[in-house]
Write a protein that binds this ligand. Structure first.
Ligand SMILES: [Zn+2]
Length: 443
């Protein structure tokens, strides 16, 4: 299968250099050629002059099924949000998760996201959702094996037997891992996970040559609980047990010492910055500038609809800029190209996918977003990449993932979008009444 996009504007390579009037030839899942006047008799042609093309965005920490709790946690503390999440999990019907997850992923896709580091308590749903929509993902089981004794049973998370979860994660990897929808390994965090679980999952990541993901250092309450249990801060503890390396990425990281930043840099571990989700629950500010200065790879993520009210990672680039500018009262500490790289190649690195995605280059996977130059945020269009970061209403016109068109003229190409919306509205109604009857009293 070949497609050729003719006479377009594209942002190419690691430096995101602008090329005008170029053609891009896609052969099967990869970019085969970029240049002027490329000829191909068998390729399907698409006139690209109305568009500019960027690499797809990578949302490096994302909970698709939390769409259930969207806007139900506004103004709640982090602890109360967790109570909401865990009590809602107990009344979810498995089939409902599919539908809510489709909508969450679709929202991200429409805003230019082509790859998700997807976390949750089950892999089957996640794998099906990304496969059906044609989207790239690494699905990751993030279990816990330490009981939250400080919580009442109604709001306590499910915990698992350590060896059983490690075995299950391996089975799920073997059953669902593919080129497009990957299955990685992970745990929920250091607070509720034993060293045995953390190391067991990391060993599997090494065994199958994939990556490992978790939450870490998310606010003072978590850090203090880890200190009480282990005698160390979260990242310090991971360093002590030998669980930091280039395969490890950690979301949030709002509470880090200089020493811990040093450990991360030395281990080549990755940090996933979730600025809007952190603000939503007042978990603190990730020291992005210090991390970048120390050479730590920083990617971006939306986290979950429960604590962001958005599944668009694009807006988190804007929020990342605002936090740095406000903190240091300087506007030039991070530029729009750094932010754009955080949205693309840095996310790819955090997932171990930088050879395949994150830039537009010959030989890479064809994960391409076509933005319409005639859409209002791009007029006059002096700097498209800055427009994409600092503008509120950008919508992708057409998206290719793995060489396949998955969004066409602003609509999902692989699913009936109207039927999907109808179904999710129905589920939402039932779910909201359950929330009012069974959950709101616990908050
Ligand atoms: Zn999360």
């Amino acid at each position: 299968m070949e497609t050729i996009i003719k006479n377009t504007t594209a942002y190419i390579g690691k430096k995101l250099e602008r090329y005008d009037n170029v053609d891009i030839l896609i052969e099967n899942d990869r970019i085969a050629k970029i240049g002027k006047n490329i000829r191909s008799k068998k390729a399907k042609k698409l006139d690209g002059k109305e568009f500019f093309i960027t690499p797809g965005f990578v949302n490096a920490h994302f909970h698709p099924s939390q769409q259930f709790n969207r806007a139900l946690g506004v103004g709640l503390s982090h602890a109360k949000q967790m109570d909401l999440l865990h009590s809602m999990s107990k009344i979810k019907r498995p089939s409902d998760r599919f539908w809510m997850s489709y909508i969450a992923v679709l929202e991200g896709l429409k805003a230019g996201t082509t790859c998700f580091y997807s976390v949750g308590s089950e892999i089957e749903t996640q794998a099906k959702v990304y496969k059906d929509l044609g989207i790239r993902a690494a699905c990751t089981l993030v279990p816990k094996d330490i009981v939250a004794k400080e919580k009442k049973s109604a709001t306590r998370a499910i915990t698992w037997e350590t060896e059983e979860r490690i075995k299950r994660a391996e089975e799920l990897h073997n059953k669902y891992h593919s080129d497009l929808v990957r299955v990685h390994f992970g745990v929920v965090n250091v607070r509720y996970c034993s060293d045995q679980l953390i190391k067991g999952m990391l060993n599997l990541a090494e065994k199958y040559d994939v990556y490992f993901h978790m939450h870490a250092a998310e606010g003072d309450v978590y850090v203090n609980a880890v200190k009480e249990r282990t005698g160390h801060r979260p990242v310090e503890h991971l360093h002590k047990i030998g669980a930091l390396n280039h395969r490890v990425s950690m979301a949030h990281m709002t509470k880090l010492t200089k020493k811990e930043i040093g450990y991360l840099a030395k281990a080549k571990a990755h940090v996933v910055h979730c600025p809007r989700a952190n603000a939503y629950v007042a978990a603190g500010i990730c020291p992005v500038k210090d991390l970048m200065d120390s050479g730590v790879n920083v990617a971006l993520a939306s986290d979950a609809a429960i604590n962001n009210n958005s599944n668009e990672v694009r807006g988190d680039a804007h929020a990342a800029f605002d936090k740095i500018a406000d903190k240091y009262e300087k506007a030039d500490l991070i530029d729009y190209l750094d932010l754009f790289k955080m949205l693309t190649i840095n996310g790819a690195k955090a997932m171990g996918l930088e050879e395949d995605i994150g830039t537009i280059d010959v030989g890479k996977k064809a994960d391409l977003v076509l933005w319409n130059k005639n859409d209002l945020p791009f007029i006059p269009g002096f700097n498209h990449l800055a427009d994409l970061i600092f503008t509120d209403s950008c919508k992708a016109h057409t998206v290719y993932v793995n060489g396949k068109k998955v969004l066409s003229n602003y609509k999902a190409a692989m699913m009936n979008e109207e039927a999907l919306k109808k179904k999710v509205r129905q589920i939402g109604k039932r779910y909201y009444s359950l929330f009012e009857k069974k959950v709101s009293k616990h908050l």
